[in-house]
Structures are given as C-alpha cells and as structure tokens.
Write a protein that binds this ligand. Structure first.
Ligand code: GAP
Length: 513
C-alpha cells in the first residue's frame, strides 16, 4: 500500500501546478533541473512568507536593520569567507551511466561485490583489461549485476558481446559511496566539487573577470557591517537582515523545491558582545521556532537538530537546525528549514584581514574595542514556503462531501477573500463587482468568482487556501447583508454589506502573530 505521507507530496505537487503555485522552470523546453517558477498564487504565497519573516525579524525588533546587497560581489569576498577553498561536496560518478551523486548522501549498502579484471569479445579478438566492480545486494540481483558489468565493457570499452574475465567476489557491509544505487555499477573516486556558480563580469571571459553568484546572502551583510553601523548609529547588540536569491550548483537537486540550484534565503546576522553570544543564540533559536508555529506549522512536525561538534561548518562554534518532517522518500524525513549558528567573530575578523579594513566595534561606555560575535538565523524562503504548503494540505469528508483544502494562515494565504454572487441575476453580480473593487482598494487581495454552483466555488477557494468567502444572496439585495463563510469550520455568519471590507480587514489584522 502506498505510504499516505508520500502520496501527499504527489497530490501537493499536482495541486501546485494545476492552481498556479509552482511550475518546473522552462517547462516548455523540457524543464531545467533544480530550478522552479512560482505562478500567480505561488508568487503571492512566497511574498507573504518573506513579509511574515521581515515583520517578525526586522519590523518587530527596533534594533534589526534591513539590507539588500548585490548578488555578485568582489571575488575576494569568497576567498575570505572560505567558500572558494572549502564550499565543496564530495562528487562521485557512475562509471557506466555517468549519473552523479553526492557521496555523503548515499545510503550505506551491503551485499556481494563481483570484481572483474577485464572482458573479451565473443565475436572478435577485441578485449579490455580495465577492472570493474559491481554490487549485488541480494541473491536475486546476481544476474542484474553481471548484466551491468557486461554493459560497462560493451558500452564504455566497445567490446562486442563481452565475456567477463577473472571474476572474484567478496562481501561488503554498510559501505557508503562505492556503488550506484540504481544499477549496482562502480562509482568513481570522490572528488571535491565547488558548489559556487561562476560567471564573468564584463566582455572578457578570462580568470581576471571571473565572479561568483553568491551561495549565501550573509557575506553581503558582513562586508557592509561598518556602513550600516555608521549610517544607523546602531549600538551592540543589533542585527542586519536581508532576503534574496542565493545559488548553489547542487550535485543532486531533489525533492521538489527542497534542494534547488537557485533559491531564496532569509538571513539575519545579529551582532553581540563576545560572552553574551550563547544567551543570544538560545533567544534566537526559540524565537525562530515560534515563528513557524505562529504561522501554522504543527508543533509535532518541527524539531531542533544540534550539529555535533565534529560536523560544524568551519566558521561555527555551535549550530542548531530547525527541521520539518518532510514526506520525502529517499532521505531522512526530517529536513532542515533553517540553521541557527553561532559564527563567532570569524567573518568580521577574516574580512578585516583580507580587506585591510578592521571591522570592530568601540563600546563608548566601557571604552573597549572588540570584534562582535554573530548569531545567524538563516532560513530558506522556498523551503519554508514548501513546509507551510505541506502542513496546510488537508483532505476532509467522504464521497460527495470530500474536500481538499489548504489551511494556510490568513497572513500567508495568497487570496484573503473571495466574493461569490449566488446567482447571475437580481443585481447580485453588480453588487459583487463593487465589493470586490472595494477589497482591492483596501489592498486586501481578493477574487471574484461568478461561474459554477456555489459548492464548486467554495471548493475552488478551499483548495487554494482562501480563509473567507463572501456570498452575495437574496438577503443582500433585500436587507443589505452578506454571508461570510470560514474555510476551516465552514461556519457562516451574516455581516452588513457596507461593513464587509472592515470586517475582513479586522480579522486579518487580528490573525497576525
Ligand atoms: N549563511 C548560512 C547558510 O547559508 P545554510 O544552512 O547553508 O546556511 C541556510 O543555508 C538555509 O538556506 C537552509 O536552512 C535552507 O533553508 C536554505 N537552503 C540552503 N541550500 C538550499 C538549496 N539548495 N535549496 C533550497 N534551499 C536551500
């Protein structure tokens, strides 16, 4: 039986395409791996996620300043940050199919390895003395493994109808990154693959013109530390925050918008006095976790993951991830939404060393100079959007009563209210048009839907997560009242037509965390 959790991702992917949330990039050309486009509703949803983040991280804290740095920066930035030398993943390649994998993401495998010292053709005198290994995970895979080995000598070494030579076999247990999980074929040795995307600035395509698309927005903040501090006269502790695109040439982009090559980050660099860093780290961890809960993600689908000391990034003293229980198959289901790291003074110190411009802070009260420590809550805009969508997806009822709905938080819902005239006569469409225009005038994103039965129109709105539907009916014409239907409870309430915009605006305002 299909796992209902994995079915959910298939259902959501289909809804996302059908209703205009998320499409594959360049779909009419067959798509581009690792890149996605957001349609009319998806663009609104992601914008709402970013606004909710900005409101919580920047607006609500008087001492966090907004920022927007360029995607392409001086190449020295990436030398100083350690990305040029160290931002690498171990890449392995199938010797037969050429498929590429991140070695550290492959699962441990056990079974019998067949090793050949070469092959010769059974129809001519051609032979190959290259050795080749192939894994059979169980007895049922022996024939398949040999077929893969023959294919290797035939396709890659040009041996027609090959006979395998010098077979040896041995057992392996829990070995990682030696064999292609799809065909059992031998993988290459791992090589370090730098994830930064390169391009050239200006007309000359040479190494002097090489620049990189930023792999994180953070560095644009560190290099502007002094500019922002001077312009705002900020006193420690204070933060600088920005949202924006980042790029990583991921070896295996996968799981819908979870791991992509172009993605949105929402990052805060919070500067504090050394010694107070651990306290601030705890504070930001809790605040960021609460943000996901406040905007509707169920507590049981969220957890912290503490990075073990030996696995920390080169700049971090400690790091906790906020993880979400994603319904993906081929990887641990808990997936990172956000990393909250204590970056110490690493970045300001190294940029100071590489640029020759000391990035320190003078405390006027204590008359001390020091390099601030940094707490960095770094979230992904696309991952958060995906988690909000997955958590909101629900199916209710049976048979004719069955409905699909996105229980999105009203602040995140792309459409806040739908205006639905019950019938296309008795002046109802005209009243609906007028009310719809009033919502747009008030910056409340609304839709008007005139066609199909009222049940079908409710269903269309439930499926895109619209929190409220307003029906214009006989009572509206006679006594000036409308019916407001709640998406989640289906409860209906009568409200005066001339108070409808105010009523919804107030509900929206009240729902804000
Ligand atoms: N400045 C620190 C930093 O960039 P990170 O853990 O590499 O840390 C932060 O990235 C967040 O960016 C992740 O938690 C994730 O939400 C998002 N992210 C990173 N790589 C991504 C990718 N390939 N696709 C989608 N989102 C990604």
């Amino acid at each position: 039986m299909a796992d209902p959790r994995q079915e959910k991702i298939a259902l959501l992917t289909s809804l996302a395409k059908r209703r205009g949330f998320i499409y594959q990039s360049s779909e009419i050309y067959g798509g581009l791996r690792g890149c996605w486009d957001y349609g009319p509703l998806g663009a609104l949803l992601k914008m709402n996620v970013k606004s909710a983040w900005w409101r919580s991280v920047v607006t609500k804290h008087g001492n966090v300043y907004g920022h927007d740095s360029s995607i392409i920066m001086h190449p020295k930035v990436w030398e100083a940050s350690g990305h040029l030398s160290g931002f690498c993943d171990p890449l392995v390649e199938c010797l037969l199919s050429g498929s590429r994998f991140r070695q550290d993401q492959l699962e441990a495998e056990s079974g019998t390895v067949f090793e050949y010292c070469g092959a010769k053709s059974t129809v001519n005198d051609k032979r190959s003395d290259d050795s080749y290994k192939v894994l059979a995970k169980n007895k049922g895979e022996y024939d398949k493994a040999k077929k893969t080995a023959r294919e290797f000598y035939s396709v890659k070494r040009g041996i027609e109808k090959p006979e395998l030579l010098g077979e040896k076999s041995y057992e392996i247990k829990d070995s990682v990154g030696e064999f292609n999980p799809e065909n059992g074929g031998q993988l290459s040795e791992a090589r370090n693959f730098n994830l930064m995307l390169k391009t050239f600035l200006g007309p000359a395509e040479d190494s002097a013109a090489t620049v990189y698309l930023r792999p994180e927005t953070a560095q644009g903040i560190f290099v502007n530390f002094d500019n922002v501090r001077q312009a705002t006269r900020a006193k420690i502790p204070f933060g600088i925050a920005q949202t924006g695109k980042s790029f990583r040439n991921e070896i295996t982009p996968k799981n819908f918008t979870f791991r992509t090559r172009e993605f949105e980050q929402m990052e805060l660099e919070f500067f504090c006095k050394p010694g107070t860093d651990e306290e601030w780290h705890e504070k930001w961890k809790n605040e960021r976790m609460q943000w996901y809960i406040d905007y509707g993600i169920k507590k049981e689908n969220l957890r912290f993951y503490e990075h073990p000391k030996e696995k920390l990034a080169h700049y971090a003293k400690s790091c906790s991830d906020i993880e979400y229980l994603f319904p993906f198959k081929a990887q641990p289901e808990w997936g990172e939404l956000e990393g909250i790291a204590n970056r110490t003074d690493f970045d300001l110190k190294t940029h100071g060393e590489f640029s020759g411009k000391i990035l320190s802070y003078f405390d006027e009260e204590t008359k001390e100079h020091y390099i601030p420590y940094v707490i960095e809550p770094s979230a992904g805009g696309d991952r958060a959007t995906l988690a909000f969508l997955l958590d909101a997806y629900a199916e209710e009822g049976e048979g004719d009563e069955k409905r699909v709905l996105l229980k999105l938080h009203p602040c995140l819902a792309p459409v806040k209210v739908a205006v639905l005239p019950l019938v296309k006569k008795e002046g109802m469409p005209e009243i609906a048009e007028k009310l719809y225009a009033e919502f747009l005038d008030e910056d409340v994103n609304a839709q008007i839907d005139i066609n199909a039965s009222i049940g079908k129109r409710y269903a269309r709105q439930d499926e895109i997560g619209t929190p409220w539907c307003i029906t214009i009916d006989g009572d509206t014409v006679e006594s000036g009242t409308v019916t407001v239907r709640d998406r989640d409870t289906k409860e209906q309430e009568k409200v005066a037509l001339n108070e409808a915009v105010d009523y919804i605006s107030k509900k929206l305002r009240k729902s804000r965390p």
